[in-house]
Design a binder for this molecule. Structure first.
Ligand code: AMP
Ligand code: MG
Length: 402
């Protein structure tokens, strides 16, 4: 039997990051940068005012009254050069005129017409002193031309898109989103839109797994539910091949049941390794190729499928999409109850609460691999390492936050 780490490494070794593509900025959120980004110019690009007020020479602040010789709205290019005793009305973000080295906010002057559209005054008086540089955002204060601002393999966040826009990048080189074909299998499964009849259940894995895939930034091709027959499985898998997906992900139909055709169909049209991984839930795991498209077969039980995705599929999707090889971060949680384990690496559903900065974990009821509610109620998967048979009350273990 393989350890979780061995199984994951074997799977990961078969995948490479997808090709690059250039996307308009509007489509780049959550995509992975395919190269470092260097700033082409300074930000701010010019000295500008951080306040609505009056630009002046700081040394003139001791004068009682200044004459206002220009009005500088944001977006304009000032042409004046301020001389001694002169000021210019200026708006937030507007370029500082030559000669000025400070801005005095309008609130600190005797100019009271502050509603939109009011013309600039002829003169301005103020009481406060102002130092050189005050209320000016100098050129390059945020970014210098040539700065390495975003690194290859970063997942683009909304604020990254803002910075890229400020720096004039209308298009960005990213890795292509992986495309994943998803199927469920089993004669008992009917779609959520179809009323249940005797012996049937609604297909839940298609919904959970599709959302998990999409959350990583990959695209889903929903193949639907295969019947427990060779023909049905084959026709769905054929569709995945013709669509040239990066991975076929299935759930169920890979155990040792008499009707588990997924396993057989993959094996006879490609190759299949069927592994037993030393973990709970989700011991059976199928990995191979259908024709030459990589295939991962997760167990059918909804909680096993979820855990299998988190442990084996998420890292594959991250690698395909070019993300930093993130070993998923864990947090320490303190077990509120004694936990028995069977010695396999176990992933247990637990609710968390915080007490004095420490997470306290309480299992969410029965840990059967078909019990989806207990997964819904969980905030975390506790990781009980292989070889551990009992975790005493108060012991800390690692956990994945959900
Ligand atoms: P199997 O691997 O086909 O033996 O399925 C194991 C268990 O998971 C059975 O109880 C199935 O009914 C259940 N199961 C399989 N696929 C799904 C699915 N897509 N949604 C909900 N339950 C499923
Ligand atoms: Mg089945």
């Amino acid at each position: 039997m393989l350890t979780v780490t061995q199984a994951r490494e074997r799977i990961l070794s078969h995948f490479q990051t997808t090709a690059e593509e250039t996307l308009p900025l509007t489509e780049c959120a959550n995509h992975i940068l395919a190269g470092d980004v260097t700033a082409p110019y300074d930000l701010p690009l010019f000295d500008n005012s951080s306040m609505d007020g009056f630009a002046l020479r700081a040394e003139d602040a001791s004068l009682l009254t200044l004459s206002v010789v220009a009005d500088i709205p944001a977006g304009s290019a000032p042409t004046v050069t301020l001389g001694r005793g002169q000021a210019a009305r200026i708006m937030t973000g507007a370029q500082i005129p030559k000669g000025a080295d400070a801005v005095i906010p309008v609130e600190e002057t005797d100019f009271n017409s502050r509603e939109a559209g009011s013309p600039a005054p002829k003169t301005i008086s103020f009481t406060k002193n102002v130092k050189a540089g005050e209320n000016i955002r100098p050129r390059g204060a945020d970014v210098h031309a040539g700065d390495d601002i975003l690194q290859k393999r970063r997942k683009l966040k909304p604020q990254d898109l803002g910075l890229l826009a400020m720096l004039g990048f209308a298009n960005v080189n990213v890795y292509k989103s992986p495309r994943i074909a998803l199927l469920s299998s089993g004669d008992e499964l009917v779609d959520v839109n179809i009323p249940l009849t005797a012996g049937k259940i609604h297909d839940s894995n298609s919904y959970t797994l599709a959302a998990l895939i999409q959350n990583t930034g990959a695209d889903v091709l929903q193949l639907g539910v295969a019947k427990d027959s060779r023909e049905s499985v084959e026709s769905l898998l054929q569709k995945a091949v013709s669509e040239k997906v990066d991975l076929i992900l299935s759930s169920a139909g890979v155990s040792v049941g008499a009707f588990d055709f997924v396993k057989e169909v993959v094996e006879s049209n490609g190759k299949l390794d069927f592994w037993r991984v030393n973990m709970r839930p989700g011991k059976p795991l199928a990995f191979g190729e259908y024709h030459s498209t990589p295939f991962i077969g997760l167990p059918g039980n909804p909680v096993s499928a979820f855990v299998g995705f988190e442990i084996f599929v998420r890292p594959v999707l991250e690698k395909l999409s070019g993300q930093l090889d993130g070993i998923r971060r864990t947090v320490k949680v303190r077990c509120e109850q004694e936990i028995e384990s069977d010695g396999r690496e176990s992933y247990l559903r637990a609710k968390l609460r915080e007490e004095n900065g420490i997470y306290i974990a309480e299992l969410t009821g029965h840990q059967g691999s078909g019990n989806l509610l207990s997964l819904v109620q969980a905030d975390a998967l506790l990781i009980i390492p292989a070889g551990v048979k009992c975790v005493p009350v108060g012991r800390e273990v690692d956990a994945y936050l959900l």
